[in-house]
Design a protein around this ligand. Structure first.
Ligand code: ADP
Length: 159
């Protein structure tokens, strides 16, 4: 069986921090599926289709990575596609408590799927999609923090 991992998130939009985690995950697993889960409580800026397109454009050089979206529970989805693991990124201690709660619940829902955490590259430890949107809204400089397609898409949204 191919070792497959899901990399779930809102990706509203994808940043270089996400990209770094996905690239590194793709070296460990035979296949990585990056899946957009729509979290309405986060009032997304981009539609699910727009987020998928930005992910696809940013990840096209990685042959063992594909992009998907789902409105299922993460663990049901992961089971359905035959994933053995879920990959999450950790930035700072502040991420830890939230991730621990979700991971404990997810293990209860399906104990056959492991959640693996990867430490962010320190140069991205302050980086989040919400921070990027805030800066872009005021036409601040976000180059080097997001893929170029994302820079363009944000310029369009906030023009
Ligand atoms: P969610 O809404 O599920 O938290 P996000 O799109 O915000 O989704 O993040 C998806 C995953 O990427 C999470 O595991 C998050 O911790 C991780 N992540 C976000 N930003 C970074 C970053 N700068 N460096 C490393 N991991 C990150």
């Amino acid at each position: 069986m191919r070792k497959l991992a899901v990399c779930p998130g809102s990706f509203d939009p994808i940043t270089n921090g996400h990209l770094d985690i996905i690239r590194r995950g793709a070296k460990v697993f035979e296949e990585v599926v990056v899946t957009v889960f729509n979290n309405e409580s986060k009032s997304p800026l981009f539609t699910v289709e727009e987020r998928k397109q930005l992910l696809e454009d940013s990840l096209k050089d990685l042959p063992n990575v594909r992009v998907d979206s789902s409105s299922e529970l993460l663990m049901d989805y992961a089971g359905d596609i035959g994933a053995t693991a879920v990959i999450r990124g950790l930035r700072a201690v502040s991420d830890f408590e939230y991730e621990m709660q979700i991971t404990s619940m997810n293990r209860k829902l399906n104990e056959d799927i492991e959640t693996l955490f990867m430490m962010t590259n320190t140069k991205y430890s302050f980086l989040s999609s919400s921070m990027i949107k805030e800066i872009a809204k005021y036409q601040g400089n976000i180059s080097g923090l997001v893929p170029e397609v994302v820079e363009q898409a944000l310029r369009e949204k906030y023009k």
